[in-house]
Design a protein around this ligand. Structure first.
Ligand SMILES: Nc1ncnc2c1ncn2[C@@H]1O[C@H](COP(=O)(O)OP(=O)(O)OP(=O)(O)O)[C@@H](O)[C@H]1O
Length: 500
């Protein structure tokens, strides 16, 4: 048997450059049938570039790929799907202004067309099957995709990817877009597909998750293959060291306990009903890190929107300093409130603009109090925060649409840290961020707290909530279901009890 035939998929010496950036340098990887292979590496190490080449989204410059022992050179995504390769992308992968069913069958509509007329009923019926295949019954095929939450749109992407029963399923940093329940569903599907003899390439920054769910892993650093490990060789410290290229020292989360919370309330919601928020009463105190958690649809992401003025209360009010109503998002920015949305590409970044323009956007008024914008000051601010957040790019002039997912997230954080807002609403701030930078973000959050800033930390990561919050408020069905003060005995199980 030829060497490549032992594997369902094999890539050899894959190279890909974008101008002067060498995203992949002679990268090799193999995946067997019935294997879940993890792909790990720091932000910008080339994971999405590689997976998008396999999925036919872009072409490599050189190197060879084999599928089922045959040379594999997809001419595009449709060709990749026809060869049995499907991918769920890191960013939002659905198309706005069309239905769920139209998203699932985008590019394959001819399957439901007769005499040039689309049989929508038939397409909806088939879409319902695709959703049932992944055990989802709350999303209806005829719904407009824009009605769905970020998480539900990811589920539609899962349904689309699995509808064709792919031989290779690529999952690019998808878990962080999902709630606890969504993740469990994804893991169940991964196991099912593996047991059916399919191959799965699973990308994640969560080392524990990789160790738990994968059979083997490949480490990528700066576009280079670094190591392959089999399950029995997995060790968290070893993996971190391999992907960063040095030992990671220091504590990940803060280690103080028994902190005092100031009585001064800086931001509050009083009996608010808005979106998925039901009768919410919540107070954020000065210098406090207030963690917000819960299951999917508990309303936690809408809490951030309500407090930032993006979502208007139908009843109740949102007050700053217990007196001034938060009128709108622009009012909030002018009054020292910053907001990092979970939906980075749609709500937090101008993708077709430079890193510098994005970082400076909320600070323009501060940079130009008396006259025209100073290019020098703008560059200084952008460079300072881009360096502090370790954004990987040749310069701050680079456009955000060319950055890796994690580096885009760093720009979003840099933008609000540069503005120096007194209140920061962070919705999943470490989504897609690698372990090294994650530690730096936690340090920055602590620094903000020490400077007297107040932080609302909305997170799907229970460990992150326990590790960083002074106080944790849990939500169920849009209302507060439990509250915990920081203490040594706090466990995930205790939080989960209040979430379900
Ligand atoms: N279209 C593009 N134009 C220019 N540079 C690009 C483009 N796409 C990717 N890059 C660069 O290629 C490198 C690898 O990016 P890639 O998205 O593959 O990283 P990644 O490992 O997936 O990172 P992350 O964990 O942050 O998602 C980065 O330096 C990125 O800026």
């Amino acid at each position: 048997m030829a060497e490549q035939e032992k594997y369902l998929f094999r890539a050899e010496k894959i190279c890909k450059s974008f101008g002067t950036v060498h995203a992949l340098k002679e990268f090799d990887i193999t995946i067997k049938a019935g294997e879940i292979r993890g792909l790990v590496g720091e932000n910008g190490s080339g994971k999405s570039t590689f997976s998008s080449i396999v999925a036919g989204i872009q072409k490599h410059d050189s190197g060879k790929m084999y599928l089922d022992g045959q040379p594999y050179e997809p001419t595009g995504t449709v060709d990749a799907i026809n060869h049995g390769v499907s991918m769920v992308v890191q960013e939002q992968g659905t198309i706005s202004k069309i239905s769920v069913a139209a998203n699932i069958f985008f590019g394959k509509e001819e399957k439901f067309a007769k005499g040039g007329v689309l049989n929508v009923k038939e397409m909806n019926r088939e879409a319902a099957k695709a959703l049932q295949n992944i055990y989802v019954d709350n999303i209806k095929p005829e719904m407009m995709i824009d009605q769905l939450s970020f998480e539900d749109r990811k589920l539609v992407e899962l349904a689309r990817a699995l509808y064709t029963s792919p031989k290779i399923w690529i999952i690019d940093e998808t878990t962080t877009a999902l709630s606890v329940a969504g993740r469990e569903l994804l893991y169940k599907l991964m196991k099912e597909k593996r047991d059916e003899g399919k191959a799965i390439l699973f990308i994640s920054h969560d080392i524990e998750e990789i160790m738990d769910k994968c059979d083997s892993l490949t480490v990528l650093r700066d576009g280079l293959f670094i190591a392959n490990l089999q399950k029995e060789e997995f060790n968290a410290d070893k993996i971190r060291q391999l992907l960063i290229g040095r030992e990671l020292s220091g504590h990940y989360y803060r280690d103080d306990t028994g902190v005092e919370i100031s009585k001064q309330v800086v931001l509050e919601a009083k009996n608010v009903i808005a979106g998925s928020v039901q009768n919410l009463t919540l107070q954020l105190h000065k210098g406090e890190i207030l963690g917000i958690g819960g299951l999917s649809d508990c309303g936690m992401h809408d809490v951030g929107k309500v407090l930032f003025g993006l979502l208007k209360p139908e009843t109740g009010e949102v007050l700053k300093d217990q007196k001034e109503p938060v009128k709108s998002a622009s009012w909030a920015v002018r009054h020292g409130i910053g907001y990092v949305s979970k939906n980075r590409d749609q709500e937090s970044l101008m993708l077709i603009s430079s890193i510098a323009d994005n970082i400076c956007l909320p600070s323009l008024k501060d940079l130009t109090p008396f006259g025209p914008i100073s290019d020098r000051k703008q560059k200084q601010l952008a460079e300072k925060w881009s360096e502090r957040m370790e954004v990987k790019a040749d310069s701050v002039k680079v456009f955000c649409n060319t950055l890796s997912g994690g580096n885009k997230q760093k720009v979003v954080l840099a933008k609000w840290l540069g503005k120096g807002s007194d209140i920061m609403i962070l919705d999943c701030p470490t989504r897609g961020i690698d372990v090294g930078t994650k530690a730096a973000i936690y340090q920055l959050i602590m620094q903000m707290k020490e400077e007297g800033k107040s932080i609302l930390l909305i997170s799907e990561e229970l460990q992150e909530l326990i590790g960083m919050s002074d106080r944790i408020v849990l939500l169920r069905d849009g209302a507060v279901s439990g509250e915990f003060l920081r203490n040594e005995g706090l466990t995930e199980a205790k939080l989960i009890q209040k979430m379900i």
